[in-house]
Ligand binder design. Structure first.
Ligand SMILES: Cc1ncc(COP(=O)(O)O)c(C=O)c1O
Length: 479
């Protein structure tokens, strides 16, 4: 461990300041991060606390760090990477490249969840750990050997998983396909990424839903796509809107999430599904059908996916293990024409040589095991219970303060707030009180909407207190 050189002519506080500056420049302490306390550093470096105070004063004077009473000393967000001492400007690289950062509210939520692990989390769009089939998967891992082959596998995906998915898709989604038409991805997110990067070009126009899945927005923009919006809510005039967009902007692809749409929970009816397919095949435009939630339907069955009705061959279908079992497995799938699957598998080979074979083996085992069906049954009941707990809490804590349509499947409740509020203020008030949600503007809607993911709180008993905290925050932000 570095220690100041007591024989050097350079004062010790200056040596310490230079040493810290170097660690900051190398991003050991990134912008905004907390430095160790004066007392801790003094102990580590074997110096008096007053020497550290002098070193911090030196770094504060060049704006590299900022101290706030009671909350420690942090690396400045604005000065990091522009320090005169070192020629290498990492900030230039960190802010370079073609990939846009996530939207600021999402970064703020991630930071809050990291800093305050006890927050009641209605923000992360995934299942609580307790809803995942952890014990079943552990049991399968005890029963089977997963390490018989550990070389690079086929970048299109592990064949037994693709075979298991052929049966799964026929049984649960009425989709008849073959393993050669399936590409395994590390979640739907990667399916969307591959489509945006490999099948489209910068400047291409695509239609997306309004509002729509938040992580796809910056990713599409990073690919240089021009985004045009189709309102999710209105069936009326929907097809005319598509025709207009195609005529005006030369739309190349349409992205849809027709079952329990994220964030609104909308379930497209049969009429809209048929109209969409008709217009896509008439205009020769592919539809990407993103379908991570359909198996969570609580009461009534969902209509067949577009892919199952697709006689014209217009649909790329993407699915995921994340919302029905475990997002950490990072397993998704795409069903597409063979030429597309081959093109994307070739891209996978260039990017990362395909997905690790071990989670693919485990998911193949799980989908074909006797555990899968009972897990789904349980998951649906638990999600329904959580939805009902949330609706009850909303009725009690927020009477007349928000409007919504109760979702019949999926993980989220989408609400319109009756009082006028600023999204940022509401989010900060909520975080201060120990609860976090996603403001609607993240999905491209105007201020005044929120998404609550009732699937996410660690325990359903957190839902009531979480909504009570949100209600306090709303009253404060609306004042
Ligand atoms: C509509 C939609 N598509 C895709 C994803 C990405 O999920 P994953 O990559 O875990 O499959 C999500 C996750 O929230 C989603 O809601």
């Amino acid at each position: 461990m570095w220690k100041p050189d007591r024989d050097s002519k350079k004062p010790i506080y200056e040596q310490i300041a230079a040493h810290l500056e170097q660690r900051i420049a190398c991003s050991e302490f990134p912008p905004g991060s907390l430095l160790p306390s004066e007392r801790k550093l003094a102990e580590q470096l074997g110096v008096n606390r007053s020497t550290i105070i002098q070193a911090f004063a030196e770094l504060r004077s060049i704006g590299l760090i900022e101290s706030q009473l009671g909350s420690g000393t942090r690396v400045s967000q604005t000065k990091w990477g522009v320090t005169p001492q070192y020629a290498l400007n990492w900030r230039k690289y960190a802010e370079g490249g073609n990939f846009l950062p996530n939207v600021p509210f999402l970064r703020r939520i991630r930071e809050a969840l990291h800093q305050q692990p006890a927050l009641i989390d209605f923000a992360s769009g995934e299942l609580a750990g307790s809803l995942a089939p952890t014990e079943e998967i552990q049991q399968l891992m005890r029963e089977h050997t997963y390490t018989s082959y550990l070389g690079y596998d086929n970048p299109q995906g592990y064949v037994p998983l693709r075979e298991a998915l052929v049966t799964y898709l026929a049984r649960y989604r009425d989709i008849q396909t073959t393993e050669s038409s399936i590409l395994i991805t590390s979640g739907s997110q990667q399916s969307l990424f591959l489509i945006a990067q490999c099948l489209l070009s910068p400047g291409d126009a695509v239609a997306i839903e309004d509002p729509s899945y938040c992580y796809s927005l910056p990713m599409f923009q990073s690919a240089g796509l021009r985004l045009f919006r189709l309102p999710v809510g209105s069936s009326e005039g929907y097809v005319d809107e598509i025709r207009k967009l195609v005529k005006k902007h030369g739309i190349k692809m349409i992205f849809m999430n027709p079952n329990f749409q994220n964030p609104t929970g909308t379930l497209y009816d049969m009429a809209r599904r048929s109209q969409l397919l008709d217009v896509a095949s008439e205009l020769g435009i592919p539809i990407v059908e993103d379908d991570p939630f359909s198996l969570t339907a609580y009461d009534s069955p969902v209509p067949p996916p577009l892919k199952a009705m697709d006689t014209g061959g217009s649909v790329i279908y993407i699915g995921s293990f994340s919302k029905i079992a475990a997002s950490g497995m990072r397993i998704g799938w795409m069903v597409a024409p063979n030429a597309i699957v081959e093109r994307l598998a070739d891209a996978r080979q260039q990017m990362d040589f395909g997905l690790s074979v071990i989670p693919q083996q485990i998911v193949a085992q799980f989908l074909t095991s006797a555990y899968f069906e009972p897990h789904l049954e349980r998951l649906r009941l638990q999600l329904q219970f959580r939805r009902d707990s949330l609706l009850e809490a909303v009725r009690q804590e927020l009477p007349g303060l928000l409007t919504y349509v109760a979702p019949q499947g999926g993980l989220h409740l989408w609400c319109k707030l009756v009082p006028k509020v600023h999204d940022g203020k509401l989010l900060e008030e909520a975080i201060r009180r120990g609860v976090v949600f996603v403001p609607g503007s993240v999905y491209g809607s105007s201020d005044g909407y929120v998404r609550f993911t009732y699937a996410r709180p660690r325990d359903p008993r957190e839902i009531g207190p979480g909504i009570a905290k949100f209600a306090e925050a709303l009253r404060e932000a609306a004042d």
